[in-house]
Design a protein around this ligand. Structure first.
Ligand code: XLS
Ligand code: MG
Length: 322
């Protein structure tokens, strides 16, 4: 197993105020500077952004204002020794994305979504990252008959082609769920689990094509909304196998970050507000140690003998700390 160190990242939204689909915020909102200081205090390496995290109310700003505010943010990050990992166009709040962004039935809304994505690329350039992330949150349909899925694929390709044409260097990570060289993916534990998939398999699959450019590690308790639970907090063995997949594929060797797209539990008190981020990294690093100390030789012998009961127990007892 490699002995590489990983680099860690989270976004301002991961220090959230506790709102969820069933209730309003329970903690007072903090400033961006408070969150940046918290990231530094935790010893993380980078911050990931939505376009309107970097430039609030971006839709109402001129290109000159977007450039000015992005560059101010870039200086603030540089002064703190923090990199910008990626920028994601937030295409799920604005009323023009109510029926999808790139795949809206309304051409004017599709045009808005593409133009907003091009500005997101400009923000990424100002912040010094060549990576944008597309979380296709609103794409799809509320009733199947409202959209032609074949046409929606064409709309998605049209949007991605427009982004690749806008900037010859930008790389696009689609979460997860066109110019083959500059389109890859971001895998998120919770999204795989929600789709009934295994995140380790998704990591192996994406890395076999050299396409895993970013990663949101978290956890999920069954088929509810995207819970973004701390890494390993619901499915520890699933988390162990995610780390084994990252290790065997050498994730991070090209500078990729491990991002924790996690939220605190709603009852969390202000004084414990950062624990979910620190805990996610602690769990990750402990599972790295578990992956690197796993008896691979014994596992290989049991696999050769197709003795999966013993292999199963070997994993369980290793995780339990025999
Ligand atoms: C969904 C997305 C979301 C961020 C980035 O998990 O990663 O959390 O807003 O788009
Ligand atoms: Mg995410």
């Amino acid at each position: 197993m490699s002995k590489r160190n990983y680099k860690f990242c989270f976004g301002p939204w991961n220090i959230s105020e506790g709102q969820d689909p069933y209730g309003s915020p329970v903690r007072p909102a903090q400033t961006f500077d408070w969150k940046l200081a918290a990231l530094k205090k935790l010893g993380f390496d980078a911050m990931m952004f939505h376009d309107d995290d970097a430039v609030p109310d971006i839709d109402g700003k001129s290109d000159a204002q977007v450039r000015k505010e992005s560059k101010l943010l870039k200086k603030k990050l540089a002064d703190a020794g923090v990199a910008a990992e990626m920028v994601a166009p937030r295409l799920w709040f604005d009323p023009r994305t109510i029926d999808g962004a790139y795949t809206s039935n309304d051409p004017k809304c599709r045009k808005y979504a593409i133009e907003r994505s091009l500005r997101c690329i400009d923000v990424a350039n100002h912040l010094g990252t060549d990576l944008i992330v597309l979380w296709l949150a609103r794409e799809g349909s509320y009733i199947r008959e409202s959209k032609n899925a074949r046409k929606c694929v064409d709309y998605l390709v049209e949007a991605i082609d427009a982004m690749l044409a806008h900037d010859k260097k930008i790389r696009i990570s689609i979460e997860p769920k066109p110019d083959a060289k500059r389109v890859g993916c971001l895998i998120e534990s919770a999204h795989s689990i929600l789709a009934g998939l295994d995140t380790a398999d998704d990591i192996d699959f994406a890395m076999s094509f050299g396409k895993l450019w970013s990663l949101h590690l978290n956890d999920q308790n069954g088929l509810k909304f995207d819970q973004d639970k701390p890494f390993g907090s619901a499915n520890l063995r699933v988390a162990f196998n995610q780390v084994r997949a990252l290790e065997r594929n050498g994730y991070g060797k090209n500078g990729e970050y491990v991002c924790f797209d996690v939220h605190p539990f709603r009852p969390t008190k202000v004084e414990h507000w950062l624990a979910h981020l620190d805990n996610s990294r602690r769990t990750f690093l402990k599972l790295v140690a578990k992956a690197r100390s796993f008896d691979e030789k014994q596992a290989k012998a049991l696999i050769k003998d197709r003795n999966y009961a013993a292999l199963d127990q070997l994993v369980i007892e290793h995780l339990l700390g025999r």
